[in-house]
Design a protein around this ligand. Structure first.
Ligand code: SAJ
Length: 420
């Protein structure tokens, strides 16, 4: 049924998805507006970091199953995997989906299936259908002709963990929500090409909400852990001991407090629910606020430690104090610094005017926004020797291995329970 598959958006999700179809000997046309990405892929290389993907792309391209282009071409099925960021006012920005719709509309033909994979507010699949219908009055769409429509449309979110994308795309269960039963069936048949997990059928609105719910679930639970950490600090209780003990209850499973919630998904997706149902989504909103507040709370702890140092070193000024920030990534053992609470905290510490030693074993150079005269990338060994205050922001493997040396430091702010 699907000989040619087109994937619109060749990023962290689109490229691995396109490649897995190509690995199953489907003819795949990858479309991206970024000519650099297109050129790189056509050379059999990748422009993103994801373990195992480079080899797969290389063979898919050299064997002739995967080809990238900046202009959409006719295909049997179209998968849209473009970004859905939010604006400063925490409103979802659907402009990339709208642009993708405009570009594929011109090449659509009777019998095609269109699947939206981008994380989206409830109702977006219906908007996509309207955008397509507005361009192609010669074709019928599900909102007009239901099961009989020329073009069938479904929503199917991805739910893979960065770093394990190739494996999880194959093994995770998928939620598939068509605007019609026919769309759901067609989409299930398509994903069966490479998905070994269960294919769970539903409608488009439930599938959209399911993706938002999964990340909100995690956000709310991390917020609970973060709130406990701030309560326990006031009450002079070790929160990590507390959570370990509470989790011995057979029906309690509390997550770990940290420096805040980073990444491109969990800190964003809950707002898509709050935006559409502001009066009902009270817990989800509060969880976001608790997690967004956590970096500021950690910063206050660092400020207090610096104040103590200044008292202990009479005559010294802020510029004499050295603070080591251990970890910049948004979670342990990755090199991804985007939307990282550790970066936010480190930036604020540098603004205080002290010397900042940033220790991030997973990167070679500091990103531009951290290039400051009083902020330097440092080795853990140098930081342990020089710093007046150690601030543990990410529980990287390298820090766990140096636990005894970190523990021996007189002033440690431990946001992630490394010492627990
Ligand atoms: N974090 C904590 N405490 C914890 C667990 C995580 O503070 O106990 C923090 C991490 O340090 C990090 C943030 O939360 O800053 C998010 O990390 P994560 O590993 O929970 O999730 P992501 O953002 O890498 O990926 C999530 C995943 N969603 C869920 O686990 C529900 C992934 O499956 C999704 O595909 C992805 O979001 C996405 O694309 O939506």
């Amino acid at each position: 049924m699907f000989e040619t598959i087109s994937v619109i958006g060749l990023g962290y999700i689109g490229l691995p998805t396109a490649t897995l179809f190509a690995s199953c000997k489907k003819k795949v046309i990858g479309v991206d507006i970024n000519p650099h990405a297109v050129d790189t892929i056509n050379q059999g290389k990748i422009h993103i970091v994801e373990p195992g993907l480079d080899m797969l792309v290389h063979s898919a391209v050299t064997e002739g199953y995967l080809r990238a282009t900046t202009q959409p071409e006719p295909a049997d099925a179209f998968l849209v995997a473009v970004p859905t960021p939010f604006t400063d006012g925490r409103k979802p920005d659907l402009s990339c989906i709208e642009a993708a719709a405009q570009s594929i509309a011109t090449v659509l033909a009777k019998g095609n299936l269109v699947i939206l994979e981008s994380t989206s507010p409830v109702g977006t699949t219906e908007k996509l259908a309207d955008w397509l219908a507005a361009v192609r009055s010669d074709l019928s769409f599900p909102q007009q002709a239901g099961e009989e429509a020329d073009i069938q449309i479904a929503y199917c979110p991805e739910r893979v963990l960065p770093g394990r994308v190739v494996h999880e795309l194959v093994t995770n269960d998928r939620v598939i929500g068509g605007m019609t039963n026919k769309a759901t069936e067609m989409a299930c048949a398509l994903y069966k090409t490479f998905v070994e997990g269960a294919l769970m059928s539903t409608n488009n609105r439930t599938a959209e909400m399911c993706k938002l719910t999964e990340n909100s679930f995690r956000d709310v639970n991390i917020a609970f852990a973060n709130e406990l950490s701030m309560i326990c600090d006031k009450l002079d209780i070790n929160v990590w001991d507390l959570i370990r003990l509470a989790n011995r209850h057979p029906r309690v499973n509390i997550l770990q407090p940290g420096a805040g919630v980073g990444g491109h998904c969990i800190a964003v997706d809950p707002w898509f629910i709050v935006d559409i149902t502001p009066n009902e989504a009270r817990l989800i909103r509060t969880a976001r606020e608790v997690n967004d507040h956590k970096p500021h709370w950690v910063l206050e702890k660092v400020k207090a430690a610096i104040a103590d140092c200044l008292v202990q070193k009479p005559g010294s000024t802020m510029a004499d104090i050295k603070v080591a920030c251990l970890g910049l990534a948004f979670k342990p053992d990755i090199d991804d610094l985007r939307e990282s609470p550790a970066v936010e905290i480190t930036q604020h510490i540098a603004k205080l005017g002290c010397q900042v030693l940033a220790v991030e074993p997973n990167i070679e150079t500091l990103p531009q926004k951290l290039e400051k005269s009083n902020l330097h990338l440092s080795s853990l060994t140098d930081a342990l020797l020089a710093a007046d205050v150690l601030c543990v922001l990410v529980k990287h493997r390298e820090f766990v291995e140096q636990l005894a040396n970190i523990q021996a430091h007189p002033t440690v702010i431990d946001a992630v329970g490394l010492l627990a």
